[in-house]
Design a protein around this ligand. Structure first.
Ligand code: FAD
Ligand code: NAD
Ligand code: NAD
Length: 472
């Protein structure tokens, strides 16, 4: 019976305490605690329940929603012609089915927590983690002891200090947008229409996908980034340049090799100056300059954070300390095939969350299943990739000639070619460490085998045959 928090009510000779209004208290201890209500946590929850259907699982998430997937926030939700559906976070998936952004898993509130019935404490942050005594402190002050804990906090978008609002430029507080979650999607999509101009800063995944997606609102979209072309850190130079051409054709005004040097609030919008001298007056600025993995709990928990890659350092079993596992964007893990890595993609959150969940339930298995990722940038650019895809590695490209049905091996193709369908191998010495398939889908399992085999390759024609690049 809660005493101090209650209001006494007289009823003959017994006194009943009626709890004051407020969220129900979490339990003092729980078998499995999942920190973060994102994709990695959901995947871990499913794996734990599979191994132990009577597991007692509590998920704690800072956002005010149940767990959801992020990929459609920068793609499908913008493409849905039915705006009522998009406002309900419903999208048409690649096979034409209507889907909700939210995961369908059943998660009750803490009063419903029971063996086999997981619960979610939403709108609540874990503010302290004590791995030695296996307990956490919540933003509400409550303390929970755990048997096993998953740390899956994802990350926060980076900002640019020069875009912080100031006394001189107060408008930046409403004109500058970051993009990671549902409320940021709702805010940005409600602001854009054919009378607005928006500048995207950043040429990576979020910047490039959203630049294309936002053209669907009728807004004039500009994009500035330091690389020579879109996705320049992932795609080889020629393919990055081709992608920029495709985005230009789709209506994005791309400004490669540029930086924003100043911003100033004006009556008619924000005046932005680029280092090339070009001035743009825009209504909104989207900053998409990378992710900062959330590792602040590590400060007091004494957990190791990787100096270069960021993220909590974990072993190949995804364990940071006894009974404490990390998965998803915030895990800097040891991949026995490709070495120490950190991966910021949906499928990695699924794969690593699953492995962490299995290991929390006692499997003791190392990371072995390489995750993949995909991106879509308009009608002519859709790609999937696996392994180390970093444009600083040497690459070998195999490109289809649709007219002759022959493929050609090109390590550095000219800039006037068309890149409709092909495969790019990312090499470390003679070994394939990454594979990217361009407008060809469903070949990732073959690529996964090629990387896992770890063999030396010289005959790329032979290697490419396995992929049959004429099949869509
Ligand atoms: P998250 O999904 O970020 O979930 C972590 C959750 O933990 C958050 O809700 C956070 O609020 C919560 N949290 C953090 N700290 C605490 C705390 N202390 N206490 C409680 N809760 C906490 N990847 C692809 O492969 N393909 C795509 O097409 C793709 N599209 C994307 C589009 C967008 C717009 C974005 C932002 C990302 C996209 N990604 C894509 C990346 C992918 O969504 C992420 O890699 C994935 O969400 C990572 O999952 P996660 O569970 O590690 O973290
Ligand atoms: P899911 O159940 O939607 O997909 C399962 C499998 O279907 C994927 O692993 C992939 O092999 C295939 N697939 C899904 N979308 C595809 C696409 N657009 N083109 C080709 N193959 C595709 O998986 P999920 O994890 O629930 O996905 C979440 C979101 O990510 C959805 O919006 C989904 O459409 C998208 N997704 C896109 C791709 C892609 O574009 N290649 C791949 C996987 C997932
Ligand atoms: P990113 O790392 O993909 O790209 C960052 C971009 O910002 C680069 O172009 C970089 O040059 C630029 N940049 C960095 N500092 C800058 C500066 N000072 N000024 C101007 N530009 C600067 O990061 P993102 O696009 O912000 O994406 C965030 C996260 O979301 C990533 O983890 C990404 O993997 C994930 N995501 C993945 C997908 C997908 O897999 N399809 C889609 C969306 C988001």
């Amino acid at each position: 019976e809660p005493e101090a928090a209650g209001v006494p009510e007289e009823n003959n000779d017994t006194i009943i305490f009626v709890p004051s209004a407020g969220p129900p208290s979490p339990p003092e201890q729980v078998q499995y605690l999942l920190i973060g209500a994102g994709t990695a946590s959901v995947s871990a929850m499913r794996a734990i329940l599979k191994a132990d259907p009577n597991a007692e699982i509590l998920m704690v998430g800072a956002e005010p929603h149940g767990p959801y997937m992020r990929p459609p926030l920068s793609k499908e939700l913008w493409f849905n012609e039915d705006k009522t559906e998009s406002s309900q976070l419903i999208f048409n998936d690649w096979s034409g089915n209507k889907r909700s952004l939210f995961y369908p898993d059943k998660l009750g509130d803490v009063t419903e927590l029971a063996p086999g019935s997981p619960a979610l404490l939403k709108g609540t942050k874990v503010v302290k983690l004590d791995p030695t005594n296996q307990k956490v402190t919540l933003s509400t002050g409550e303390v929970i002891k755990y048997g096993k804990c998953l740390l899956a906090p994802g990350g926060e978008p980076k900002t640019l200090p020069s875009l912080e609002p100031s006394d001189k430029n107060p408008c930046l507080s409403t004109k500058v947008h970051l993009f990671r979650n549902i409320s940021q999607y709702q805010q940005l999509s409600s602001e854009l229409n054919e009378n607005t101009k928006v500048l995207v800063i950043g040429g990576g995944f979020v910047g490039s996908e959203l630049a294309y997606a936002m053209t669907r609102t009728g807004a004039a979209v500009y994009q500035s980034f330091p690389e020579g072309g879109n996705m320049g850190r992932v795609l080889p130079k020629y393919l990055s340049n081709w992608t920029t051409q495709q985005l230009e054709t789709a209506g994005v005004h791309v400004r490669p090799e540029t930086k924003v040097v100043s911003t100033e609030c004006r009556d008619n919008g924000v005046l932005v100056q680029l280092n090339t001298g070009e001035e743009l007056t825009v209504d909104h600025i989207l900053v998409a300059v990378g992710l900062k993995p959330s590792t602040e709990l590590g400060d007091t928990a004494g957990l190791e954070v990787h100096g270069e890659m960021g993220g909590y350092v974990v072993n190949a079993e995804l364990e940071a300390r006894s009974n404490l596992f990390v998965a998803g964007d915030a895990a800097c893990f040891y991949d026995p095939v490709l070495g120490r890595r950190r991966v910021e993609h949906h499928d990695h959150a699924v794969v690593s969350g699953k492995l962490a969940g299995q290991n929390m339930a006692g499997a003791a298995q190392p990371y072995h299943h390489q995750s993949m990722f995909w991106s879509d940038l308009g009608p002519n650019v859709g790609y999937e990739a696996i392994g180390l895809v970093d444009s600083s590695l040497p690459t070998v490209g195999i490109w289809a000639h649709k007219d002759t049905s022959e493929s050609e091996i090109r390590t550095d193709p000219g800039s006037n070619e068309k890149y409709e369908q092909g495969i790019v191998f990312y090499m470390d010495k003679n070994k394939v460490v990454g594979v990217l398939t361009w407008n060809i889908f469903g070949k990732i399992p073959i690529a996964r085998q090629v990387i896992a085999a770890g063999e030396e390759h010289q005959d790329f024609g032979l290697l490419a045959k396995q992929f049959d690049i004429y099949t869509k």
